[in-house]
Design a binder for this molecule. Structure first.
Ligand code: G4P
Length: 523
């Protein structure tokens, strides 16, 4: 028997290319969820005065949302958990990791810009994990692309079949509203940040439609709706749940238009917590025993307390405060006296949490990304790969008196998954690999402010780091010998080849056919 507590949970992330409107949409959801009273309370991710994601000094300084936060609320009997993701693409890895903890995703696309680089990458991760996706085309109050062209673009660029569930009537200054294709009603646009527009039931065959939006637009809409029904198959929830088709909504997050339809449909069709794959077996959400994994560690949530918070996704059963849980990697039992859950603007201690929920566990170095907690079972959750970094620098100690602090700082920051550390086997130097320039600055800043250590960066020209393995021990040895200057170990002691150019990597792949080159740490 399915557990109703778990069935009613909807754990998801809103993702977008920066500036598409993720923050605005999140804010409107919180408004519907009663978590905030007025629009504008959650500022764009440049200055989130009240949003819980405004945690780090550096975030305020640099004007980006660095950390991941969780927002939760009850809506129409559902428990909605929104996982916020960093607004800056240098923190893409953080976002990818967050996607391992969600059961579905809403992708926001700017109607004028269409699919942008970051949208494409995020969709790739969703596709890899077969995460169900809903698309929200935003900013229809501005001049947007032709909706049919947009549909084709989404389908082609995101490599997923799409199915419009609402349809826009013009855009920009001429924007009249959207027609709801499954409820068959018209939602007329009236720019407002606060008011939710009234819906009008209109039979599109009748002259009432002409009266509402004018005869020319009425005819156009009738034609377009006919075309849609002809081109797109009936929306099938099962296909959506399998990640094969993405329903599409149009609206304007800023004007709170089309958002309620999106949210209402979302809670109805989005999946409740899904089974999670562990190395040993598949874990079902309604199993009676608690299991969970750490997908994110954040420092300085509360600037008055320097401790970290480890975010744990509950995969099955019920988590109870103060109950003994088994930390598989440390092989030890732990109790958590102050687990937290997150509201829009505050966090509170919770006594219990169910599969699908995210809980914050106070952490002073006990957790690493990917750690598993159980009621005693030896389980290891998979699916938290590190991706091959794209930027590399040598990290050097800039204060000889603080060697220990630096080592500890680097160690803990790597546990948090801020970046990846490789040790060159030839010269013993430490190399930090990231996906964006900004992470180097974050590391330097945090080492100084949290660990009282100073580092210096030195350039190293590398193209990619890839994990290598082979069943042919002799060939592996030969490779390592040939490339000895470019061989490194990751923190788990695995062999990593640091290729200094795409050409070198290609040649290596050709010359050593029995060696497998991996671009994520999970293989
Ligand atoms: P992000 O989190 O995806 O980066 O996007 P965010 O919501 O911060 O929105 C980026 C910009 O786009 C903001 O403007 C926001 O007001 C605007 N925006 C969001 N949704 C809509 C919409 O439906 N219509 C229009 N016309 N604009 C929209 P900004 O000038 O950068 O910030 P702000 O000064 O308005 O806060």
């Amino acid at each position: 028997m399915a557990n109703p507590e778990i069935e009613r949970r909807r754990t998801f992330a809103i993702v977008a290319h920066p500036d598409a409107g993720k923050t605005s949409l999140t804010e409107k959801f919180l408004l519907f969820g009663g978590q905030i009273q007025v629009a504008g309370a959650v500022k764009s991710n440049k200055i989130k005065k009240t949003a819980t994601s405004d945690w780090m000094d550096i975030e305020k300084q640099r004007g980006i949302s660095v950390t991941t936060s969780v927002m939760e609320f009850d809506y129409q009997g559902y428990k909605v958990n929104i996982l916020d993701t960093p607004g800056h693409q240098d923190f893409a890895e953080d976002t990818y990791r967050t996607l391992t903890a969600v059961d579905s995703v809403i992708i926001v696309v700017d109607g004028a810009k269409g699919v942008e680089t970051q949208t494409r990458k995020l969709m790739e991760v969703c596709r890899m994990r077969r995460t169900p996706v809903i698309i929200f085309v935003n900013k229809m109050d501005r001049e947007a692309k032709d909706p049919f062209d947009l549909m084709d673009e989404l389908e082609e660029e995101l490599a997923i079949r799409v199915r419009p569930l609402t349809w826009p009537i013009e855009s920009g200054p001429r924007f009249k509203g959207v027609y709801n294709l499954y409820e068959h009603n018209l939602n007329l646009f009236q720019p407002s940040k606060q008011v939710v527009t009234e819906k009008v039931e209109v039979d599109i065959a009748t002259p009432e439609l002409d009266a509402r939006i004018g005869p020319a637009l009425a005819d156009k809409l009738r034609g377009e709706l006919e075309l849609i029904e002809g081109v797109y198959a009936e929306f099938d929830v099962q296909e959506y749940l399998k990640g094969e088709v993405a329903p599409v909504f149009f609206g304007s997050a800023l004007n709170n238009f089309g958002v309620e339809e999106l949210l209402n449909t979302f809670v109805r069709i989005a999946p409740s917590p899904r089974p999670v794959q562990a190395e040993e077996r598949t874990v079902l959400p309604d199993e009676p025993r608690f299991t969970g994994f750490i997908f994110k560690i954040t420092a300085n949530i509360d600037p008055n307390h320097r401790s970290c918070v480890a975010f744990c996704k509950v995969c099955s059963g019920r988590f109870t405060r103060n109950a003994p849980y088994y930390h598989v990697r440390h092989d030890k039992t732990m109790r958590f006296s102050s687990p937290t859950q997150f509201m829009a603007q505050r966090k509170t201690t919770v006594d219990e949490a169910w599969a699908g929920d995210i809980i914050g566990l106070p952490d002073n170095g006990t957790f690493k990304i990917g750690d598993t907690l159980t009621e005693g079972e030896h389980l290891h959750f998979r699916g938290l790969p590190s991706f091959s970094p794209e930027m590399f620098k040598y990290i050097e100690n800039a204060d000889p008196m603080k060697q220990k602090q630096l080592a500890k700082g680097i160690d803990q920051l790597m546990d948090e998954g801020v970046a990846q550390l490789f040790v060159n086997q030839f010269n013993g130097r430490k190399i930090i690999g990231t996906v964006g320039q900004l992470q180097f600055e974050v590391i330097q800043y945090r080492l100084e402010h949290e660990y009282n250590a100073r580092c210096r960066w030195e350039p190293v020209s590398l193209y990619k780091a890839c994990w290598i393995e082979s069943d042919d021990a002799a060939e592996l040895e030969a490779f390592k010998k040939r490339k000895y200057q470019y061989m490194a170990k990751d923190r788990e002691g695995r062999d990593v080849f640091l290729a200094d150019s795409g050409y070198v990597l290609q040649m290596a792949q050709m010359d050593f056919k029995n060696i497998r080159f991996h671009f994520t740490s999970e293989f």
